[in-house]
Design a protein around this ligand. Structure first.
Ligand SMILES: CC(=O)N[C@@H](CCC[C@H](N)C(=O)O)C(=O)O
Length: 379
């Protein structure tokens, strides 16, 4: 494959951004990088606004009737990178392990193409903070800056390590699950490791709790209506010979339906009450941030899939829904549009310290999305 100068630019941008991952609402260096790049483009072709650590750019159409929205998320994850890249994260304990570095570089590539070759309609590029948490989409939608340029249709992509480069996967209707974070704090009575009868051990209570939580999905949720409870982190205790007075579970709940989310939460509360009674401890539950499901607009999704089938050499796959969460669901609740997976073929998956997306997906996506936006926004 011949890599052109332009392709190299956006691969380099991905690498630059990969080195500076920042957590939700702390993306100040990322924001500055995006702003600096956009300021290098011809100024008469676009308008720009910032919102917290996000950026909104309106590329002005020649004769606009509608506004097309394209959203890219910009935050990283609290993971210590293990890729061995020469351009690995320079921020200790943080990594772009969910591909938002590619999301940003692709969006900047499409933005550049549309600036250089304007279409009829306006296109708003939304660089949104805090997708991984605590959720930037909902407060961004409520902002004056977003309302000022509210799109008439909107789309977003997410990289997919399991699909080859040159593949798009999506479906009409439900694509991603409803999510809720889950934090459970346990407080018992600590003490000497040799005197367990004088204590209420929160390491033991937390262990029982994790095990009991597993029975909710297998025994309380209709097996045809999928759900997930994952406890991703447990902390508790201080040292090997002291019985732990406190423990904390951090996790996430995923359900395909809103009803199952209610049911799962009811059952978690009941199980936690049982733990309080059996271990004579106090427990508190905090659901953190919740994301609304990603539900793709029927006609726009079908049109996008047909566009790919007819107009490009990219392969389109009709995929199943996934238990991933995305706060882009809030944008789709307000504005018709869709989300899709972009194949980047990596041996290691999303949220893995060795995620290594194939960068050939960057120019391919820039080309495809530029053509799609031109098709939607040119009369
Ligand atoms: C695409 C993706 O991986 N999204 C995240 C969204 C996280 C939502 C929230 N922090 C939670 O954990 O519930 C995901 O983990 O699916």
């Amino acid at each position: 494959m011949v890599v052109t100068y332009m392709e190299n630019v956006f691969i380099q941008i991905r690498r630059d951004l990969h080195q500076i991952p920042e957590l939700g609402f702390q993306e100040t260096r990322t924001q500055q990088y995006i702003l600096n790049y956009i300021y290098s483009l011809p100024k008469e072709r676009y308008e720009i606004q910032t919102w917290r650590t996000g950026v909104l750019v309106k590329v002005l159409g020649r004769n606009p009737i509608k506004t097309i929205g394209y959203r890219a998320d910009i935050d990283g994850l609290p993971i210590e990178e293990e890729t061995g890249y020469s351009f690995a994260s320079s921020h200790q304990g943080m990594m772009h392990a969910c591909g938002h570095d590619l999301h940003m570089s692709i969006a900047l590539g499409v933005l550049t193409e549309i600036v250089n070759c304007p279409i009829d309609d306006d296109v708003v590029f939304i660089f949104q903070p805090a997708e991984e948490g605590p959720g930037g989409a909902q407060p961004m939608i409520e902002s004056e800056e977003f309302k000022r340029w509210k799109p008439d249709l909107i789309f977003a992509l997410h990289i997919a390590p399991e699909y080859p480069v040159g593949t798009i996967a999506t479906k009409k209707g439900l694509l991603f699950a409803n999510t809720s974070e889950l934090f459970i704090d346990l407080k018992g009575k600590g003490g000497h490791a040799a005197y367990p009868h004088q204590t209420n051990d929160m390491v033991v209570a937390a262990s029982y709790l994790v095990t009991q939580l597993q029975s909710i999905v297998s025994r309380n949720v209709n097996p045809l209506d999928a759900a997930v409870i994952t406890v991703g982190k447990i902390t508790g205790g201080t040292v090997q010979n002291i019985i732990a007075e406190t423990a904390r579970l951090e996790g996430t709940i995923r359900t395909l339906s809103a009803e199952s989310m209610e049911k799962v939460k009811e059952r978690i509360e009941a199980v936690v009450q049982g733990i309080q009674a059996s271990f004579q401890c106090k427990a508190s539950i905090d659901y953190g941030s919740m994301y609304y499901q990603v539900f793709n607009h029927e006609e726009l999704t079908a049109e996008f899939m047909d566009f790919i089938r007819e107009d490009t050499d990219v392969q389109v796959i009709e995929c199943k829904e996934a238990m991933t969460g995305e706060d882009f669901g809030y944008m789709l609740r307000e504005t018709p549009g869709f989300m899709f997976w972009l194949g980047v073929e990596s041996e290691y998956g999303l949220h893995h310290a060795k995620l290594q997306p194939n960068e050939a997906a960057i120019p391919a996506a820039i080309s495809l999305l530029t053509r799609y936006i031109s098709f939607k926004g040119t009369r």
